[in-house]
Every structure is written in C-alpha cells, then in structure tokens.
Design a protein around this ligand. Structure first.
Ligand SMILES: Nc1ncnc2c1ncn2[C@@H]1O[C@H](COP(=O)(O)OP(=O)(O)OP(=O)(O)O)[C@@H](O)[C@H]1O
Ligand SMILES: [Mg+2]
Length: 380
C-alpha cells in the first residue's frame, strides 16, 4: 500500500452506503479520509481541517454539489474538487468543470475511474504548489536583488560623499585662509605698493582653488544627472581654443609646452558645447596631472575622409598608464591619485558624455612615454 497519508480527502454524499464504500476504498489505499452526509457539514469540516481534495456528489438535498464546489473554491482555491454525477447529467458535469472542478466521475463509481480522477487532482494540486513555491522563490530573489542594489548604491554614495568632502575641503580651506590673510592685512593699514604683487598671487590662488571646486561640482552634476545633451552644431576649433585658455594658467604653472594642429575647415560637430568642453577640460587636466615635472601637451583635430566624423586627440608626454590599469580607467571612482587629488569621476563622466553623443573614446598609452586620448564624434 502506498503512503498517501498526507493526502487528506473529504467525501460528501447524502447516500450512506456510498460514503461507507468510498471511505473503505480510499482508506484501504492509504488516504486520510473524512466523510460528510451533506454540503453544509462538508463545508464546516473544510473550514476546520482543510482537505487537499473534496469528492462531492452533485445531487444532494439542501446544498447541491455545484454550490459546495463554489463555496470550497471561495474558501481555498487550492483545494481540488471532484464531482460525482449520474451518467445522464453531462450538462452538470460541464458546469462543474467551468467552476474549476478538477474532474468528474459518473456513478456508479468504478475503482479505476476513481483512481484516475484522484491522480489527476493530485497532479494539479502538486503542480500548483510547485508553481506557487517557484513564484515565492522568484519574489524572494527579486527582493534580495533589490536589497543588494540598494546596498551597492548606498556604498557608492558613501564613498562618493567621503571623497567629495575631502576633495572640496582642501581648496575651500585654502580659499578661506588666503581671504582671511588679505582682510587682516587690509584692516591693519592701507595696502602698500610692494604688497600688491603678493595680493595678486593670493587672488590667483583663490581663483584656481575655486575653479577646482567648480570643476569637481560640475563633474558630479554631469555624473549624477546623466543629463541628455542639448544638441547643436559645435565648432570644435573654437571650443578647443576656449578649453586651452581655461587651462593656460595651469599649463604655465607646471612648465608644460603646448602644441596644436587643427585641420582647417573641420566640419561642425553635432553636440552639446558645454558637455564637450567639460570632456576636453577633464582630459587636459588629467594630462597636466600626468606631467608633474613638465612636458608637452599636443592637441589635434582632424576629420575623416568621409567627413561624417571628426576626431580630437589629446596627447601628453607624461607617466603613461600601466597596462593593468587600462581596463579600469573609465570606471567611476577609479583613481591612482593621492587622496585629495582625484575622485576618479573625470573619465567616467567623459565616457558617459561621449557615449550620449554617439561618439567613441579610445586611449593609447606607453608607460614612461605618454598617453593619447582620442574622441571621435559624428559631424553635424
Ligand atoms: N593622461 C593620463 N596619463 C596617465 N594616467 C591617466 C591619464 N588620464 C587618466 N589617467 C589615469 O586614470 C585615472 C582615472 O582618471 P579620472 O580622470 O577618471 O580620475 P582622476 O583624474 O583620478 O580624478 P578626477 O578626475 O575625478 O579628479 C587617473 O587616476 C589616472 O591613473
Ligand atoms: Mg581626472
């Protein structure tokens, strides 16, 4: 005898003989069986200890089998219901199936038909449970995934906040110190002729440090907003000239010579001038950082034979990028700079902007010799 004791079956029939026979047949097969002589009693039993399968007669005084079926399904749609009909009651059997009965068997009930019906009901019950378990598993997985993403985001945010605070704090304290120093000197006595040079120097420092803060902030904005570019024709040579004049001071301070080669009649590029300017400035600043002892910065622009694309190249004669670092340089927060000198957002911002311009950025580097970044953009 198989062990079906997990399978609790409730049989409802108003004919006592049928109840007795069913009880014997099913419990002989190892099922756990309860019986009820009418629909109302059957439903009460269903509420007390829900069975997995209900076998109910259709024609019964009081509550009929179809009403029992509906009530059971309302109570728990997972309970399988098999209805028993007389041979001539096909229309009732069909109604029962429409009400989600798992099967019908015709009276007189043969062992074989009962066995087949029960197997079908059990299969439906088991598959439904498996499906429910799987759905729960998927729900849990989705929740876990969301949790991990949230944690990742919080970690990145924490890291970001820490490095931004650090980055901005240094220049800010410089600005504060120089401004205090200048106002202290001014309060004591009128500014002497020979102090003017010193003051100009202090003000230049305040200016570069403020620029540094605003560069960090605009990188952060571009990185976090991922704002769609507001496109228009951009004249690249003009843009490059503007970036050069913005970097002039830094280049001189660090003893870096500048050479340029701009192809004449370079076609206008389709792009967002502000975002492209930010990219070029980021690349120039990286190049400057790579040449602490001085060197040469070469900026070039040329268009392709098809005139559908243009390329800008920014080359330095700096330290170069070790091969191991190359796959990581465009990742957010990747930096090899000392704390307080780099957040690691420059190149990831450039990458995002160029990507949104349908362009491409490439790098070639020889450690010890220098680096070139190429930006390819579609013509307007
Ligand atoms: N021209 C270059 N020469 C050598 N290394 C470079 C150059 N440009 C980028 N790198 C390397 O790539 C890293 C990432 O550059 P990225 O501009 O993203 O960040 P960062 O300059 O370190 O910090 P941030 O730009 O946020 O101030 C740099 O730390 C550096 O190691
Ligand atoms: Mg940088």
């Amino acid at each position: 005898m198989s062990d079906y004791s997990d399978w609790h079956i409730l049989v409802i029939d108003d004919e006592k003989d049928i109840l007795d026979v069913m009880y014997l047949a099913l419990s002989d097969n190892g099922y756990q069986v309860t019986t009820a002589p009418d629909g109302t009693t059957g439903l009460e039993l269903c509420r007390e200890t829900p069975p997995r399968i209900v076998i109910t007669d259709i024609r019964m005084p009081g509550m009929n089998g179809l009403e029992v079926l509906e009530a059971v399904k309302k109570l728990d749609p997972d309970i399988e219901v098999i209805v028993c009909t007389a041979f001539a009651e096909m229309d009732l059997a069909i109604q029962a199936l429409q009400l989600d009965a798992s099967d019908f068997i015709t009276k007189p009930i043969s062992d074989h038909a009962l066995h087949l019906s029960l197997e079908r009901a059990k299969q439906r019950y088991t598959s439904r449970k498996k499906l429910q378990d799987y759905a729960k598993f998927l729900e849990r997985q989705a929740a876990d995934q969301a949790q991990i993403l949230h944690q990742d985001k919080m970690m990145s945010l924490g890291r970001l906040a820490a490095s931004v605070v650090h980055e901005i704090n240094n220049p800010l304290s410089g600005i504060l110190n120089y401004s205090r120093l200048m106002s202290k000197i001014l309060k004591k006595r009128p500014l002497k002729e020979e102090k003017i040079d010193k003051f100009t120097q202090y003000l230049e420092l305040v200016e570069t440090e403020t620029e540094r803060c605003s560069q960090i902030v605009s990188n952060l904005l571009a990185f976090s907003r991922k704002s769609p570019p507001s496109m228009g024709p951009v004249r690249i040579q003009e843009l490059l000239q503007k970036c050069i004049s913005l970097s002039q001071h830094k280049l001189e301070l660090q003893n870096i010579a500048l050479t340029t080669s701009f192809q004449p009649d370079f076609p206008a590029i389709q792009g967002d001038a502000n975002q492209l300017q930010q990219c070029i400035i980021n690349l120039i600043f990286n190049a400057i950082d790579a040449m602490p002892e001085g060197g040469n910065l070469h900026i070039e622009s040329h268009y392709h034979a098809d005139k559908a694309h243009g390329t800008l190249a920014i080359t330095d004669t700096g330290a170069g990028i070790p091969e191991d670092n190359l796959p990581h340089i465009f990742e957010p927060f990747f930096t090899t700079k000392q704390e307080g000198y780099g957040v690691g957002l420059g190149l990831s911002t450039v990458y995002g902007i160029i990507d949104r311009h349908n362009g491409k950025i490439d790098v070639e580097s020889r450690p010890g010799h220098g680096t070139t970044f190429f930006i390819r953009l579609p013509a307007a």
